[in-house]
Write a protein that binds this ligand. Structure first.
Ligand code: CO
Length: 148
């Protein structure tokens, strides 16, 4: 055993805010045409059962999420609470290590292992009950850099 502790993983900067929408085309019109933000990428994430349109929020993104399945996480969220802010995502260097660290701090997580997210990222979620009522995502970008 060594006494040298591993460096504590830290969260941040904020990568994106996830916003649940009923209609991605309407959301894209609002953020792209009305607000005038630049569309960064569009993606479909089958494991999350969502289509994603990400807009440049200046150092972070606004990710519009439309469910592809009423029983998916975003489908259930919209059914229960309507459209709106769904989660805040922090970029991390090592999602697996950060997840273990947060679990060791007693936080309840929705994932025991990182899973694939939008744009080739590896992601995991922290339960809102352990994070002040906010669903928190941590995301490790792909090695190639992925989406800016
Ligand atoms: Co997200």
């Amino acid at each position: 055993m060594t006494d040298t502790p591993d460096p504590l993983p830290h969260l941040g900067p904020v990568d994106h805010i996830g916003i649940a929408v009923r209609d991605l085309e309407a959301g894209k019109h609002l953020y792209g045409e009305v607000f005038g933000l630049r569309l960064v990428f569009e993606d479909e994430v089958p494991t999350e059962r969502v289509r994603v349109a990400a807009f440049d929020g200046g150092g972070m993104k606004l990710e519009l999420l439309q469910s592809t399945d009423p029983d998916g996480p975003i489908g259930r969220f919209v059914e229960k609470r309507g459209e709106g802010i769904h989660h805040v995502c922090y970029r991390v260097d090592d999602v697996a290590a950060t997840l273990k660290h947060l679990q060791a701090q007693g936080l309840r997580t929705l994932d025991d292992e990182p899973r694939p997210g939008a744009g080739g990222c590896r992601v995991a979620f922290i339960h809102p009950k352990s994070a002040g009522g906010v669903l928190v995502e941590i995301s490790q970008p792909p090695a190639e850099g992925g989406h800016a």
